[in-house]
Design a protein around this ligand. Structure first.
Ligand code: SIN
Length: 529
């Protein structure tokens, strides 16, 4: 496609290594709620926006999968803040949490209710039309002092994400490029100028006045995760390789109640929302005993990291943990989950077998209260960012909210700059073929390493081992990256860089806090027996 120098009649500059390039005011990489909110924020400021996403369907974004809902401040932002700080074991950044709780009600009302017409569940038939927030059916989840979670059944992500995509698809200022992967950031003299985007094996530099990373989580680094496929930490790795600061990478949150099959090893884990425990479901071990009251005074509604470790411990000791939903109107309140169980042949009335699975990275690209990273013109929002809101452990149903609030703020800030066309890094494609199964085999090694050594419970020696394995793996991948541009290879590169960042951060933090839990040598030996 023909390029033009933005804002002038001058012919576009030639690039040495590429036939084509594109320009846009704001490039957003990723299409979950954070990326879409950034696109909306920038478009509202008059920017021309390109959203590049690997996803080919809405299900490709983690946001689509969110069940529980989106927390709001109701009329007590102070209590919401206290709950976030308590769940994080006092490690969340107080200033960042203030931004979140102060803007929650307005952002949800403005974007989700007024702009996208999302109809959150209410207690009465007419309440949604009247817009009376007190008539919403606020849900309760672990470590929340009061019910404050807006939801649509337990499929809230889908109910937000689909109208959001449709709205931006129809927006004149926004172009959504799906099935399009960002391989590398374009940088020049310490400033970020866009990214190299791959679609259908073609790599096209896309220059941007501002670049917003919204690439989601790191589920592909672990064998069991609630994230969609393709969650390879792309934004974090690209930012880190370009020299941006990343923080809190050791804080990987595991969700305690994921259907993992009776042997703990299904290929298709699915989340059983914390909202089910909020409604009164309890956890029982293989001997039928309810165990959470022995671990925490809030029992099943203790902070997520506490419940996840307890579930794992009881699974190890008694062979199984089930979520007992007999005191819940499961089919009535959670019809989608009941159907999922039935499709997998699970008799939910007898208890749903659950275990922990990787769910959310609390750290990421270090950003300020407008989503600005440490490199000029680079932003990060949503799960790939580290705003400080989550500290060492995230409170339930704050991730959609963080994505929405920071997405809007970053998008607004990112608008107002035009793209500069600079020399783009040359990607060599001298030898495009890869050995069969190259990426798939390396991913198996990477996931096994993360699972064994950098999982729910960690030992310093294991973290050293993990780094050694991951460094070797990254070296092998880098050698291939020098001559090939295949997407799977770049995803593997991003995953191995991100995995190393997690393992390194974990080994540098000798304090057990929140999701980062260090075990003693004796405990490690006992669990290996
Ligand atoms: C859930 O529904 O349990 C997940 C909610 C969240 O991760 O915030």
């Amino acid at each position: 496609m023909a390029a033009e120098t933005p804002g002038t009649d001058e012919p576009a500059p030639e690039l040495d290594d590429y036939d084509d390039y594109r320009t846009t005011d704001v490039l957003v990489v990723g299409s979950g709620i954070a990326g879409l909110a950034a696109a909306l924020g920038a478009a509202r400021e008059g920017a021309d926006v390109t959203v590049a996403t690997k996803a080919t369907r809405p299900e490709g974004a983690s946001s689509w999968w969110a069940q529980g809902g989106i927390a709001v401040s109701r009329d007590d932002p102070g209590q919401f803040k206290d709950d976030i700080l308590a769940a994080s074991a006092g490690t969340a950044d107080s200033g960042a949490v203030d931004v979140l709780v102060d803007e929650a009600n307005h952002a949800v009302h403005d974007v989700l209710v007024e702009t996208l017409d999302v109809e959150f569940d209410t207690n009465g038939d007419d309440a949604a039309n009247e817009g009376e927030t007190e008539d919403y059916d606020f849900g309760r989840e672990a470590a929340h002092d009061e019910p404050r979670i807006l939801h649509v059944d337990a499929a809230t992500g889908k109910a937000i994400h689909v109208p959001f995509l449709n709205y931006l698809d129809d927006h004149d200022a926004v172009t959504i490029r799906d099935d399009t992967a960002a391989l590398q950031l374009v940088t020049h003299e310490g400033r970020v100028h866009g990214a190299l985007l791959e679609h259908d094996d073609d790599v096209v530099p896309t220059f941007a006045g501002s670049t917003v990373l919204a690439t989601g989580g790191i589920g592909d680094l672990y064998p069991r995760s609630t994230n969609p496929d393709g969650s390879t930490g792309d934004g974090i790795a690209m930012a880190a390789l370009a020299g941006a600061d990343v923080e809190d990478m050791e804080f990987v949150q595991f969700h305690p109640t994921v259907f993992v099959g009776t042997d703990g090893d299904t290929d298709e884990p699915f989340l059983v929302s914390e909202a089910v425990r909020g409604e009164g479901a309890v956890l029982r071990n293989g001997e039928g005993e309810r165990f959470m009251p022995d671990y925490h005074e809030d029992a099943e509604l203790a902070p997520r990291d506490v419940v996840a470790r307890a579930v794992q411990k009881e699974r190890d000791a008694t062979g199984e943990v089930v979520l007992d939903v007999s005191d819940v109107d499961f089919a009535g309140d959670f019809p989608g989950l009941a159907e999922k169980c039935e499709n997998r042949g699970v008799d939910w009335q007898a208890g749903i077998p659950v275990g922990p699975a990787e769910h959310f990275l609390c750290g990421g690209v270090d950003v300020d209260d407008r989503g600005r990273a440490s490199l000029d013109r680079l932003y990060a929002v949503g799960e790939c960012s580290r705003t400080g809101v989550h500290g060492a452990n995230r409170l339930a149903s704050t991730s959609l909210l963080e994505g929405l609030v920071w997405g809007l703020r970053a998008g607004e800030d990112a608008a107002g700059r035009e793209a500069d066309v600079v020399e783009a890094p040359e990607l060599l494609d001298r030898d495009p073929a890869l050995p069969d199964n190259f990426a798939a085999e390396k991913f198996v090694r990477l996931r096994r390493t993360m699972d064994e050594y950098v999982g729910l419970r960690r030992h310093p020696d294991d973290l050293g081992r993990a780094q050694a394995v991951l460094r070797r793996l990254k070296g092998e991948v880098d050698a291939y990256v020098r001559t090939r541009t295949s997407r799977s290879l770049y995803e593997l590169r991003h995953a191995s860089v991100t995995a190393l960042l997690v393992a390194r951060a974990a080994s540098e933090n000798d304090e057990s806090v929140g999701t980062h839990n260090l075990v003693e040598e004796r405990e490690r030996e006992a669990s290996a027996d």
